[in-house]
Design a protein around this ligand. Structure first.
Ligand code: IPM
Ligand code: MN
Length: 353
């Protein structure tokens, strides 16, 4: 097929991991005879520095004209430490999600057998854990009315029925494709927005009689993820809860550098690692490119190119098995590999596969 990508490397380690993700995409396209074209767009702190806007109109246009967006990460400490900054790199990411209508963020949490020991949790708890968190991505406190002065501030956790319905539908459909177990995570004992979620979910559940639907308060879900992550098959939740729970999920896998995600909705889908821009590691060739590379696998799978996705997953598994790993998951005393070397090894593996 013809595939046009918008490539948004962003800030910090973004450009380094993107280089590897893109190399993998090119290799797979060559191998399977797909015609790949791509164009770079600016976003985040990089775009603020260049044009004063973290998601410039040009980048938006590029995204709209592409089949998919490959995104890396945004964020820079010079903004984090300045509460008075008027524009922030993260606003670029939020603008992209909103303008592309990407309401469904799919974040798989899986384990790799050879990395089980990297999880702070006990082997028997994490081994075999495999679930998907579906995070609502364009509503809630991230986008609701906000106010801030020196003495008070608020964010509004605003949701409408159609917004809740469409994301729950994604949850039910994923559950149907998997083990038919959906957990709706909310805080319905306290929050009105959560009560709407629960009410809508209860109304929809009878349309999916094969799915076992249960409801869990978010505090309990956070605990359950650590005590018994295998309980979960598909979890669906609002924007902020999903943000928090998926960082927690990365501890099950053992490294933030391993978790990809797909954001889909009304316009061009975006594929991106769940981690941030790790500015301290910028330029050091130590960032793990696997979350980005696995995001490329999700991209191919989105277009129903299953073999293409599978060969990337196979290459990633092989690299881990053969200790071709970035420092944070390296076996002690083993050979040292950086971002580039891991990427190159995976490219090479795919070529030969
Ligand atoms: C994520 C990130 C973003 C979010 C930040 C960078 C705005 O943490 O994708 O999870 O909170 O959504
Ligand atoms: Mn996050």
């Amino acid at each position: 097929m013809k595939l046009k990508l918008a490539v948004l490397p962003g800030d910090g380690i973004g450009p380094e991991i993107m280089e590897q993700g893109l190399a993998v995409a090119k290799t797979v396209c060559e191998k399977y005879g797909h015609e790949l074209s791509y164009e770079y767009g600016i976003c985040g702190a990089d775009a603020i520095d260049k044009v004063g806007d973290p998601f410039p109109e040009e980048t938006f246009k590029l995204c709209m004209e592409s089949d998919a967006v490959l995104f890396a990460s945004v964020g820079d400490p010079k903004f984090d430490n300045n509460p008075n900054a008027k524009v922030r790199p993260e606003q670029g990411l939020l603008a992209m999600r909103k303008k592309l209508g990407l309401f469904a963020n799919v974040r798989p949490v899986t384990t790799f057998d050879c990395l089980i020991h990297k999880s702070p949790l006990k082997d028997e708890i994490v081994r075999g854990a495999d679930f998907i968190c579906i995070r609502e991505l364009t509503g809630g406190m991230y986008f609701g009315e906000k106010y801030q002065d020196d003495d008070k501030a608020y964010d509004t956790n605003y949701y409408t029925r159609p917004e809740v319905e469409r994301i729950l539908k994604v949850g039910f459909e994923y559950a149907m494709k998997r083990n038919k177990h959906l957990t709706v995570v909310d805080k319905a004992n306290v929050l009105a927005s959560s009560r709407l979620w629960r009410k809508v979910a209860q109304e929809m559940a009878p349309q999916y009689p094969e799915v076992t639907t249960d409801y869990m308060f978010v505090d309990n879900a956070a605990m359950r993820m650590i005590l018994d992550p295998k309980f979960f098959d598909v979890m669906v939740t609002e924007n902020t809860f999903g943000d928090i729970l998926t960082d927690e999920g990365s501890c099950i896998t053992g490294s933030m550098g391993l978790l990809p995600s797909a954001s889909t909705g009304e316009h061009t889908p975006v594929f991106e690692p769940i981690h941030g821009s790790w500015p301290q590691a910028k330029g050091l060739n130590i960032a793990n490119p696997l979350a980005q590379i696995l995001s490329v696998a999700m991209l191919f799978e989105y277009f129903d190119l299953k073999e293409e996705g599978a060969v990337i997953r196979e290459a990633v598994n092989a690299s881990l098995d053969q200790n071709v790993r970035t420092p944070e998951i390296q076996v002690e005393g083993g050979e040292k590999y950086g971002t580039k070397e891991v990427g190159a090894w995976i490219v090479d593996y795919i070529k030969k596969a």
